[in-house]
Design a protein around this ligand. Structure first.
Ligand code: FAD
Ligand code: NAD
Length: 473
């Protein structure tokens, strides 16, 4: 086997594996080096996203939502179920099966696309030179271009270090063997809310401690207020403006110490999940002489086209600036592969969709109302509640709204914010609209099938010009 490739990708998460496949599609020889090893010692492709991130969390969100619906949502439909219970081991096993299907699927895709998969730890020695360390020893790879896609890892809190039994990261929270009676979560971000919801739905009392005084500051604040109300109704206790000062685990429980505006407190829980963000994974990745620079938070420094200072060395995904989202990394992977192949790959960072997969789901793209106010951009807002949408009533999911922000003069869509059923799917229309620099009127004049949830987006667009049909404007 030749150890010379056109492109070597380090990291087989959604950024790296997609980049490697796209390189291969474009006629480049590509190798993808990844070090992920499961507890059973076997390699697994797909990175954080497939192994311990997007996919397993959504599998558990689905199982827990079905259980919750069975317990609380079926009566109104006239469905009676006697003594429902949940088998956590089976729920986790289902999740693991989905992960195994998808991760082995990447192996199949690599084979099909003739991407050489190399298991081991990659290290950039310099332009065109990568060293791989594995149980078989060291191996040198030569290449014209290198793509660094090593992702991110959970941030550990000094005052509440992981013991991986009682004080765990998100991976631990995807693998509880039973339902913790009381679950503490540090961080009311995406992971805290999603995994907090999973365990709440199957019976945990969940308390989330958040340092910031504002709930979901990056989300349009009207939507964040809606979300806060819904989560409170579901029994998620979210304490804002708290500072965790310590966490002490015993065999049975964890005592968390924290302070807030009212003083010092203690919280006793059965397990504690620390989800306070993730940091770029660059340890041992880059030789000092390679010339690639990191910023002060450890992210690999790149320009708008994911180019590092060293010609032929690119970096993509969670290891570089921008939101830590799988689809953002994948799009960067495609763009970089196309640039390497001499095409004009490009990522539109203004149209990245965000989704929080709680119930209701929260999804958005573009600017928030607070952003626009702060930037002094004149805008018009259109809104439509799911409570007035026929399909939402039919499927018993009336909480939330669709909201569109458009430029006051040009009518160009500047942001779309949805909290409600299937928001994760509904946002795609808004992303497409923004990619085409559509106006609110463009969506308003587009026919939407009836009865669908997407009619709420249509009505929100009509409401930008105060002409929604199914509500008072
Ligand atoms: P990663 O997926 O982290 O992959 C990097 C790979 O590189 C890993 O396999 C790692 O082992 C390997 N690696 C690291 N260093 C080396 C080295 N030196 N040599 C060889 N290999 C190396 N995002 C979404 O968009 N939607 C979601 O719903 C979502 N849910 C999430 C839920 C959870 C619980 C978590 C933790 C994250 C979630 N994310 C979600 C975020 C998403 O997982 C990341 O944004 C995404 O995985 C980043 O992709 P990546 O390819 O940059 O890095
Ligand atoms: P996050 O940045 O979403 O949230 C972390 C939260 O912890 C923030 O609200 C922050 O203010 C808070 N925090 C920080 N330090 C704290 C402290 N000492 N005490 C209390 N609170 C503290 O990060 P996350 O939830 O860990 O998720 C990590 C990344 O994974 C995110 O960037 C996200 O993009 C990605 N992710 C995405 C999805 C999705 O797309 N649905 C799901 C899960 C994770």
């Amino acid at each position: 086997m030749s150890d010379k490739y056109d492109v070597v990708v380090i990291g087989a998460g959604p950024a790296g594996y997609v980049a490697a496949i796209r390189c291969s599609q474009l006629g480049l020889t590509a190798a993808c080096v990844d070090k992920w090893t499961n507890d059973d010692g076997k390699p697994s492709l797909g990175g954080t996203c497939l192994n311990v991130g997007c996919i397993p969390s959504k599998a558990l969100l689905d199982s827990s939502e079905r259980f919750h619906q069975t317990m609380h949502g079926l009566q109104a439909h006239g469905i009676r179920v006697k003594d429902p219970s949940i088998d956590i081991e089976a729920m986790i096993a289902r999740k693991d099966k989905i992960v195994a299907t998808l991760t082995s699927g990447i192996q199949g895709l690599f084979k099909h696309n003739k991407v050489t998969s190399i298991h081991g730890e990659g290290r950039l020695l310099g332009k065109g030179r990568v060293e791989v360390t594995s149980k078989d020893g060291k191996r040198s790879l030569q290449c014209d271009s290198v793509i660094l896609a090593t992702g991110s890892i959970p941030i550990e809190l000094g005052v509440a270090p992981f013991d991986f039994k009682k004080i765990v990261d998100s991976t631990g929270a995807l693998n509880f063997k039973d339902v913790p009676k009381r679950l503490g979560v540090v961080g009311a971000g995406v992971i805290g809310l999603e995994l907090g919801s999973v365990w709440r739905r199957v019976g945990s009392e969940v308390v989330i401690l958040e340092a910031l005084p504002t709930f979901l500051p990056a989300v349009d604040q009207q939507i964040a207020k809606d979300a806060d109300r819904q989560f409170k109704q579901q029994g998620l206790e979210i304490k804002l403006g708290t500072t965790v000062t310590g966490a002490k685990a015993t065999a049975k429980s964890v005592t968390v110490s924290y302070t807030d505006s009212e003083g010092a407190h203690q919280l006793k829980v059965d397990r504690l999940v620390v989800a306070v963000g993730r940091r770029p994974c660059t340890e041992g990745l880059i030789d000092d002489k390679a010339g690639v620079e990191l910023d002060d938070r450890g992210f690999i420094q790149v320009d708008d086209h994911c180019r590092t200072k060293v010609p032929g060395v690119f970096a993509i995904g969670d290891v570089v600036r921008g939101p830590m989202l799988a689809h953002k990394g994948s799009e960067e992977g495609i763009a970089v592969a196309e640039l390497i192949a001499g095409q004009s790959g490009h990522v539109n960072y203004e149209a990245i969709p965000w989704v929080i997969y709680t119930d209701p789901e929260i999804a958005w793209v573009g600017r928030t109302e607070q952003d626009l106010k702060e930037a002094g951009i004149p805008y018009k807002a259109g809104m439509f509640p799911f409570a007035a949408n026929g399909r939402a009533l039919a499927v018993d999911a009336t909480a939330g709204r669709a909201k569109i922000l458009a430029h006051a003069q040009t009518d160009e869509i500047l942001g779309v914010h949805i909290i409600g059923p299937q928001a994760s799917e509904l946002i795609a229309e808004a992303v497409t609209a923004m990619e085409f620099s559509a106006s609110a009127e463009d969506i308003a004049r587009t026919m939407h099938a009836h009865p669908t949830l997407s009619e709420a987006v249509h009505e929100a667009a009509l409401s930008v010009d105060k002409r929604a049909i199914h509500r008072a404007n």
